[in-house]
Write a protein that binds this ligand. Structure first.
Ligand code: PEP
Ligand code: MG
Length: 764
């Protein structure tokens, strides 16, 4: 087998292993075999003892597993970990760092190759191979082990994190570990304490959580029905294809049916349901095990059967899900919604009065789900990549949206500490409420209009409650996402009319459909390698004039008699896109007038969110009535950091000097053409950012409803002069973090302590 194949096979097998011990056992046995060494062992770091413990071995004395360990300054293993680089020795015992590990039986092995296992810059442990004879491992062996270790690190970290949360079955056997901490990305500030509700994606076996069986008979019955339905499906497909398939191919369907036999797979699922897990969770466990077993088989034909098992599992799951309620109905109060991939549509489905916090395994701080969570004021942590979420349904947790952390099984002490923060937050909200009717005006009398970003139905009421003076960005795609087909012109008209009426005569800026990227429509799937650089926003709507025209017509008709509509175009890159879109808007106006509607041509603007548009800002300003900066996308494109990717979340820096320079430049360019320039990206919703933008000359800030009072409080706490001073200081800086800290200090110096985040309990 080629090296690449061996690598793939090991990684595949390991990634479906049941737990950490199984992961490590597979690693040592497969590596030992693949490299034909005498020994392969794994040492993992133990945070409690601060030592590297032998966790699995093939070749050393198995009794030593779990017993022997090394400190970071002990032995060659310790040195590998400390240096975080491979060490390849002909004779380990003659190395000055050598530390003899009694009871392992390692004295007979001379050559040594150790490579660190590193996940997210942390050394998790060391992978070691040893040989009896004195020889250096050759370069290809070293390269193999390094490659393998790099791929296994994530799987080991995940298995480790999963192992610390008890399943229902082992809860009685192990003491409950408290305050288990999982790190993610801080996506919406605030603290939430509540119980987890795991939301899985439809027909996705991987995201099915474990759940306690409530009604055993009902659970068994729904499984039996699902099974029968799939049997029937398989039989039908076999019948339909009978004339076109060879005997061998037909036999495959018999194999399927046998797998579904009561004695086989089904029996195992039923046993697990009896043991306490609901049908969907039991099914996931059994399918996983079978897939694992088949994947591990040497025979390529049998190994391929893993795909069939997975397919059967998904089919049974679909039937189980069809039988159950379409939405989760038993939301507890203070629910913490947890999903593998939190989507804007999920937020629309959850009852808002019960939702206390949100957690997502994937996604990052500027994913659209996070943006909506901020506007709803729901503490959120995204990108908790190692979270064993399937085990967490019903658990009590603390969501720390300030620091991007989730605590499972919180102790009384931790609950008290976070409870105090919750109380402080309430007091702060009351204080800010008092600003409702007051304008955003600086201490030296400069008045800055504060508008809002909307998308969810509840945003309008929320925005008016917080004293918004207009809508700077209505994300029209959000209501499109919670549907099953494109809304008709009439349906769109009705929902747009609500926004326009609620705010009239104040302006309402409607953005034309901005789908693509992380905003998918279930009925208009776009599958792309690199969706952020793909078919997005105006690129789609210009390719589909029928969709664009219906939307624009609905907007124009909705504004009849109110005339407070502004139309905004997302993701523009080139002049011709603006010309074409404007032509279509003009055409829609003309058509509607011909049809007898009293349509007024609305102001049309563009969003600057693509770097190319920054350098053409003046040119665009000449062509349109207003400019609005989409700093969320602009930041992702300027820094080449995917706004949805938690791996690079630390690099997504809204205060990067390059971003600030671009924002400064755009405001100047727009003003050269005497055009109104606003900003609707999230940087405007941060009190420190808002002060900088005001100083840059932005005419309007459009922020999420939840942050509006905080931004107003910041503006009312400073003079324009002071804000300009702050901007001058920041312009001299070269580091995003330094700028961020400077803004925080400035807020404190202005007496706006309450706008900087609260002190959070620090614990490991
Ligand atoms: C932006 O990109 O800054 C913006 C406001 O649009 P969205 O976040 O919806 O992409
Ligand atoms: Mg955008």
């Amino acid at each position: 087998m080629s090296i690449l194949k061996i690598l793939r096979k090991i990684v595949q097998e390991v990634s479906t292993a049941a737990d950490l011990d199984a992961v490590l056992t597979i690693i040592v046995s497969r590596v030992q075999r693949a490299m034909a060494t005498h020994v392969c062992s794994v040492f993992l770091f133990d945070a409690v003892t601060q030592r590297y413990v032998l966790r699995a071995t093939q070749g050393l004395n198995p009794q030593a597993v779990g017993q022997v360990s090394l400190a970071e300054n002990e032995g060659v293993v310790g040195l590998v970990a400390k240096r975080a680089e491979p060490i390849n020795l002909q004779d380990a015992s003659s190395h000055p760092a050598f530390y003899f590990l009694d009871t392992t039986g390692e004295e007979q092995f001379h050559s040594f190759l150790g490579v660190p296992i590193i996940h997210q810059r942390r050394v998790l442990g060391v992978l070691v191979v040893q040989q009896q004879e004195k020889r250096r491992f050759d370069e290809s062996e070293e390269a193999f082990l390094v490659t393998l270790s790099a791929q296994l690190a994530g799987i080991i970290a995940h298995a480790h994190a999963t192992g610390s949360v008890q399943t229902q079955l082992d809860a009685n056997q192990r003491p409950v570990q408290q305050d288990l901490r999982y790190e993610g990305v801080a996506a919406a500030p605030g603290v939430a304490i509540g119980r987890v509700v795991v939301m899985s994606l439809p027909a996705d076996l991987d995201t099915v959580p474990d759940k306690e069986v409530k009604d055993l008979a009902a659970e068994l019955e729904s499984f039996a029905k699902a099974l029968e339905a799939v049997r029937e499906e398989v039989r039908q497909v076999a019948d339909n294809l009978a004339s076109r398939l060879s005997k061998d191919e037909q036999a495959l369907f018999d194999v399927y049916l046998r797998m579904l036999d009561d004695q086989a797979l089904a029996q195992e699922v039923i046993a697990r349901i009896h043991a306490g897990n609901w049908a969907q969770g039991s099914l996931r466990e059994v399918i996983d095990e079978h897939v694992r077993a088949f994947t591990a088989m040497e025979d390529p034909y049998l190994s391929e059967r893993a795909t069939d098992i997975r397919d059967l599992g998904s089919r049974i799951l679909s039937h189980l899900q069809e039988a159950g309620p379409a939405q989760i109905t038993d939301f507890p109060d203070h629910a913490i919604l947890l999903a593998d991939e939190l989507t804007p549509a999920m937020l629309g489905l959850a009852p808002e009065n019960k939702l206390a916090g949100l957690v997502s395994v994937s996604g990052s701080g500027n994913s659209h789900a996070a943006i909506l969570a901020r506007s709803m004021g729901i503490p959120t942590v995204m990108g908790v990549v190692d979270l064993p979420y399937r085990r967490l349904n019903g658990r009590e947790v603390v969501v720390d949206g300030y620091n991007g952390r989730l605590y499972v099984n919180p102790s009384d002490e931790l609950l008290q500490a976070y409870g105090r923060i919750l109380n402080d937050e309430k007091a702060m909200a009351t204080e800010l409420q008092a600003l409702h009717d007051l304008p955003a005006i600086t201490t030296d009398g400069y008045r800055l209009p504060l508008w809002v970003n909307t998308g969810l139905a509840a945003d309008v009421a929320r925005s008016l409650e917080r004293g918004a003076e207009g809508i700077g960005l209505y994300r029209t795609e959000i209501p499109f996402m919670i549907r099953e087909s494109f809304p008709s012109e009439q349906e769109q008209l009705e929902s747009y009319r609500k926004q326009l009426e609620a705010f009239a005569p104040l302006p309402v800026t409607m953005r034309t459909l901005d789908i693509g990227g992380d905003k998918a429509l279930p009925y208009f799937p776009i599958d792309e390698e690199n969706p952020s650089l793909g078919w997005r926003g105006i690129r789609i709507t210009l390719d589909h004039p029928e969709i664009f025209m219906v939307q624009v017509r609905a907007m124009l008709r909705a504004s009849v008699g109110l005339n407070n509509l502004r139309i905004m175009l997302p993701m523009v890159t080139s002049v011709h896109e603006v010309e074409e879109a404007k032509r279509q808007i003009d055409r829609a106006c003309a058509e509607l007038r011909e049809e007898g509607y009293d349509v007024h041509a609305p102001p049309v603007g563009v969003m600057i969110e693509v770097p190319a548009a920054v350098y053409q800002a003046r040119r665009f300003a000449r062509m349109v009535d207003f400019i609005s900066v989409g700093s969320n996308d602009l930041t992702q494109y300027l820094l080449a950091v995917d706004r949805n990717n938690p791996r690079v979340a630390g690099l997504y820096a809204p205060y990067h000097p390059a971003v600030l320079k671009a924002l400064d430049f755009i405001a100047h360019e727009a003003h050269k053409e005497r055009k109104h320039v606003s900003i609707c990206g999230e940087i405007a919703a941060d009190p420190g950012g808002a002060l900088l933008l005001m100083a840059m000359g932005y005419d309007v800030l459009s922020v999420n409803a939840n942050n509006l009072p905080r931004v107003k409080c910041a503006i009312r706490g400073v003079s324009l002069e002071e804000a300009r001073h702050l901007l001058l200081k920041v312009r001299m800086m070269h580091d995003a973090e330094e700028i961020h800290q400077t803004l925080r200090q400035a807020l404190r110096a202005f007496g706006l302590n309450q706008l900087t985040r609260p002190a959070i309990p620090e614990r490991e």
